[in-house]
Write a protein that binds this ligand. Structure first.
Ligand SMILES: Cc1ncc(COP(=O)(O)O)c(C=O)c1O
Length: 407
């Protein structure tokens, strides 16, 4: 196993050993089709933009950079609702004995459905975006929701979830313990847990959530095709518990077969549970210990999602960990486009892939890492800016005032 450690940039990389084979079942194309079909029935559904950053690509010496801009997703400033909404719909369809392939959002908010299901309560734990998506979906469908947040959650994120209609409880726990609390409360109160990570005995809902995320990947692939790109050569996927990365990677494997893009999983250095698992003997699930402190709140998770890990373990090419300044650099780059490139408002967890790409292409110290990733003048890179400025105060501090400067 090759591990690259750079003392100046503090970026670490680990090579995976993917078999480059096809077929990551759970996020098969037929599941993605179901998710896309359902999402298109939701009020306000629109394909989010895929920003084409030609000038930036030119300045980095690569062939193309495309950024999927999830700040526009249902007015919720992040991709996450795709998972929560599809899982809630699938859960309700199951309870009602309906086939999800025939269910629309309007059907689920009908009086008849309400009278059959009564006063169900959805519960989850979140570092922000997932809880907002669950709260928004529950409210639109006429149900209650209860959302637990870890300690230190940004006030703007807490307010956004409350405004979306949830009862919000900020705990003094870290993300992983907040998940356990939500699961316990679901058990005790008979609430329905809609959690974006799996654990023993709880896999169906997180699998639906991952299938929901594949809509974002399916849109991006179609948009790339419309831009005339056959396929990206590289994709950077940031990971908290890894559900998003696993879902997108699974989709790409199913879509492109053995020719799927080189995939780089990106995590904050203080919450690198996927990296740790990838580096462990027998590639078994490992926890990131400690405070998990990072400005990338959406990625501050210490325990990987087991069903996502199986995909990441088998198909990822590289795993990287980054200090916070890398995300800040990505936020500034996407906020200040070159030439006629479009601007992308990208928050901390959304921008880390762009920051890492920039550093790889600009810093001599990382030449070996860049070469091993195969990034060169032929490379077409796909990035997912998974959130906008979900913490507007920190966004301004970073973009206007240069907080977390580059090394
Ligand atoms: C903006 C953003 N990007 C990425 C992620 C990572 O998703 P996952 O926890 O599925 O790895 C999250 C998770 O909350 C997020 O909020």
């Amino acid at each position: 196993m090759i591990e690259y450690l750079n003392e100046i940039t503090k970026i670490k990389a680990l090579a995976g050993s993917p078999g480059k084979k096809a077929g990551a079942g759970m996020t098969g194309l037929q599941h993605a089709e179901l998710a896309v079909r359902f999402h298109t029935t939701m009020p306000g559904y629109r394909v989010t933009p895929l920003a084409k950053l030609d000038q930036l690509a030119k300045s980095f010496g690569i062939a193309g950079i495309y950024v999927k801009d999830e700040s526009c997703r249902f007015g919720l400033n992040a991709f996450k609702v795709l998972g929560g909404a599809f899982a809630i719909a699938s859960l309700l369809a199951e309870k009602l004995g309906m086939d999800i392939s025939r269910v629309s959002f309007d059907m689920l908010r009908s009086g008849e459905v309400r009278s059959r299901l009564g006063d169900a309560v959805f519960v989850t734990a979140t570092d922000g975006n997932h809880g907002r998506g669950v709260a928004w979906t529950a409210e639109k469908l006429g149900f209650r929701s209860v959302v637990y947040l870890p300690k230190g959650a940004a006030a703007a994120r807490v307010d956004a979830i409350r405004e979306a209609g949830a009862e919000v409880i900020v705990t003094d726990l870290n993300y992983d313990d907040a998940v356990r609390l939500a699961a316990r409360m679901a058990e005790e109160k008979g609430w329905w847990l809609v959690q974006d990570t799996a654990f023993e005995g709880y896999e169906k809902v997180p699998a639906w959530i991952m299938q929901g995320y594949t809509t974002m990947a399916a849109e991006a692939v179609e948009q790339l095709r419309l831009y005339g790109e056959q396929r990206p050569t590289h994709v950077f996927l940031q990971a908290g518990v890894g559900s998003m990365a696993g879902a997108v990677l699974g989709y790409l494997v199913n879509r492109y077969g053995a020719d799927y893009p080189a995939t780089i999983i990106v995590e904050p250095e203080n919450a690198a549970c996927i990296y740790k698992s990838a580096g462990s003997e027998d590639k078994k699930l490992c926890k990131a210990e400690g405070s998990l402190e990072t400005i990338m709140a959406g990625l501050a998770c210490g325990e990987p999602c087991p069903i996502a890990w199986e995909i990441l373990r088998d198909y990822s090419d590289y795993y990287c960990t980054c200090p916070d300044y890398v995300a800040a650099k990505g936020m500034r780059i996407l906020a200040n486009p070159l030439g006629n490139d479009p601007k992308v408002v990208s928050g901390e967890s959304g921008a880390v892939g762009a920051g890492l790409l920039a550093i790889l292409m600009q810093n001599r110290e990382l030449a070996a890492m860049r070469d091993s990733f195969g990034l060169d003048e032929k490379s077409v890179v796909l990035l997912f800016s998974t959130e906008g400025n979900t913490d507007p105060g920190n966004y301004r501090d970073v973009v206007w005032d240069g907080k977390y400067p580059s090394v």
